[in-house]
Design a protein around this ligand. Sequence first.
Ligand SMILES: Nc1ncnc2c1ncn2[C@@H]1O[C@H](COP(=O)(O)OP(=O)(O)OP(=O)(O)O)[C@@H](O)[C@H]1O
Ligand SMILES: [Mg+2]
Length: 372
Amino acid sequence: MPSIKLIEDITNAFISGDIHSVASILRKESIKSKQNRKVVVSKRLENLIKKIPSANSFSAANLARPEESDYKKTISLNNPGLVSEFHSQVLPEEVVLDIDAKNIVATLFREWEDRDRLSDFGLQPANKILLYGPPGTGKTKLAYAIANKLNFPLILVRLDELVSSYLGKTGQNIREIFDIARQKNVVLFLDEIDTVAKHRADEKELGELKRIVTVLLQNIDLFPNNSLIIGATNHDEILDKAIWRRFPLKIRLEVPSPESRELLFNLFLEKIEKQVDFGFLVKITDGLSGSEIFDLTQQATKNYVISGRSYLSTTDMMIAYFHLMLGNRLYKKISKQDLYAMCQKLKDHGFKLKDIEEMTKIPYTTLRDNLK
Ligand SMILES: Nc1ncnc2c1ncn2[C@@H]1O[C@H](COP(=O)(O)OP(=O)(O)OP(=O)(O)O)[C@@H](O)[C@H]1O
Ligand SMILES: [Mg+2]
C-alpha cells in the first residue's frame, strides 16, 4: 500500500496543476521499487508515467515554469528530452535572498566580471556551486538568474528522469552532457542532484546507482574552468559526502525572513494595482516558503481579477490564504490570535459571520464569541 505521505504529495502536485511533479514523484517511487527488487511495481509505475501527457518532454515543465518558455533547443543526445538548453530570462533582482546568500552571489558575479584579471594571477572564478535548503526557497530560480547574469546558456539536466528512464545508459549520458560544458561557456544545472548522489554506502543502492555517482564525481573533477556547474538539492542530509565536497561554493537558501517576505510580496504584486497592509501579511505568513507566498499572491490576484474591483486588497489576500490553507497547500501553523485577527479584518470589511465561517471553517459560535 502506498503511504499517506505519497498520496498527499501526488494529490497536492495534481491540485497545483504541476503535472511535471506528479511524474517526478511517480518516477522516484519507481526507482525505489526497482531498488527494492519490486520489479512489477516499478514497471506498473513506469507505465502510468507514460500515460501522463508530455511527462517525458519539456512542454509540461514549460507550462508550469514560465521562465523556461524560451526554450531554444533540445540537445541531441541519444535520449533527447532529458536535457534542454536555453537562455534564462530570470533576472537576479527577481530572486529575493537573505543577506548572507546575497553577499555570496554578489562576490560570485564580481569574480566572473573580473575573470581576466584573476586569470593573470593564475586564479579562476568560483564555478562549482551547490544550492541547498528547504523546498520552494528559490534554488532553481537562483540558478536561472546566475545563467542570465553571466549570459551563458543554461543546460538543464533532469537527473531523476535521466536515471529512472534509462538506468543502464546513465553513465554514458552524464559523460555526454559534461562534454558540452567543455565545448562552450555554459551553466550546467543539475537540479535535484540528490536523486543520484545519495550515500554510496547505502546498502539498498543498486550497483548501477553507485557507478553513476562515481561517473558524476569523475566528471565534476574534470569540469572545465570556462563553465559553471550548479547543483541543487533540498535533501543535503542524504547527499553523498564526496559530492558535497566537490562543490567548494555552497549557498544555503532559507525560508524567507519578515523583510524578505515583504520584498517577495512587492515583487509578485509589482504590476498589480493594490492597497494592502503588508505589515499584517508579513505577520501571518511566518514560516511560509517563497513558493507558497507566490501561490498566495497568484490566488489573490485571480480573486481580484474575477471580482472586477479596481485594486487588490488585504481582504483578497486573506481570502486566498484561507482558500489555499483549506486545500492543504499552506499548512503552516498560525496562532489563534493571528487567525482571529484575520477574521476580525474580514468582519470589519463587511463580511458576515456566516461568510467567514464558510471561508475559514471556524464554527459560527466560536467566531461570534471571539470577534468584536
Ligand atoms: N527567494 C525567492 N525569490 C523569488 N522568488 C522565489 C523565491 N523562493 C521561491 N520563489 C518563488 O517560488 C517559485 C519556486 O521556487 P524554486 O522552484 O526556485 O524553489 P526551489 O528552492 O528550487 O524548490 P524545490 O526545492 O522544491 O526544487 C519560484 O518560481 C518563485 O516564484
Ligand atoms: Mg528546485
